[in-house]
Design a protein around this ligand. Structure first.
Ligand SMILES: [Cu+2]
Length: 164
């Protein structure tokens, strides 16, 4: 009984999507049909990072997936060996207030890796860092950048990635 009701709902939903998408652009159609929406960017060393002699490279991508899921991947090279770098999705573009504050699923909620999208990593012996984060929420448009902080106590913003 439960299954048949579900299939009716799914079937009805598909017809609505097909009907509603017919004359939209490909991108809109894909979004409505549930394909991942990808925003991505390359690592840019900030002025503060440059002052500390970092010349970082790398990239990141955020995937907003149907059924309220978000995954983020980060790759960075040019770091010192074996250092822990706090990294997070931030809520402004890199050019505005250095990326602003942390993006939060529930605004004003907990400051942790559940309510925020953290990509904190420890670099390997070659100074390369990777991080992956998966969340059961669809990130809002204000998930706009990723900030990589220094391993030092001041957590200076050494790199930023605009997700577009
Ligand atoms: Cu941060």
């Amino acid at each position: 009984m439960h299954i048949s009701v579900t299939s009716i709902l799914i079937t009805g939903g598909l017809f609505l999507m097909i009907g509603g998408c017919g004359h939209y652009s490909m991108d809109k159609h894909d979004a409505m049909a549930g394909s991942a929406q990808v925003t991505k960017g390359t690592v840019v060393t900030t002025a503060a990072g440059g002052e500390r002699n970092y010349a970082l490279t790398g990239n990141a991508a955020m995937n907003r997936i149907a059924n309220e899921k978000t995954t983020v991947d980060l790759h960075v090279a040019g770091l010192h060996a074996n250092e822990k770098h706090p990294s997070h999705v931030h809520n402004l573009p890199c050019e505005e207030k250095g990326g602003g504050g942390h993006y939060q699923h529930e605004k004003g909620g907990n400051v942790n890796a559940v309510n925020e999208i953290w990509l904190t990593f420890t670099s390997n012996a070659a100074g390369i860092g990777h991080a992956k984060s998966s969340h059961g929420h669809m990130a809002r448009p204000d998930a706009q950048s990723i900030v990589i902080h220094d391993s030092t106590k001041d957590k200076a913003r050494i790199a930023c990635i605009n997700l577009k």
